[in-house]
Design a binder for this molecule. Structure first.
Ligand SMILES: [Zn+2]
Length: 77
């Protein structure tokens, strides 16, 4: 799933959003749809780890573990 950085022209905040197909990006701060996609994405290591963690948690909820190593799968089950 692609992650894009957006700038909200309504409240002047910047945020990273996971965009699914046919999803209209909405500002998490003010719920505005007036978002501008930023092309430069400064991915700080700590932030990327958080994103990977979220993606894994979602995968676990959806019941597939392909992005876990065998050792990690044992801990989850
Ligand atoms: Zn906003």
């Amino acid at each position: 799933m692609p992650i894009f950085e957006y700038h909200c022209t309504n409240c002047n905040q910047t945020c990273e959003l996971l965009i699914r197909n046919a999803t209209v990006p909405v500002c998490p701060h003010c719920q505005s749809e007036h978002l501008t996609r930023l092309l430069s994405m400064p991915a700080a290591p700590g932030k990327s780890n958080a994103i990977i963690q979220r993606a894994r948690q979602q995968a676990a909820r959806e019941g597939h573990f392909s992005n876990y190593s065998p050792g990690e799968r044992k801990k989850i089950r």
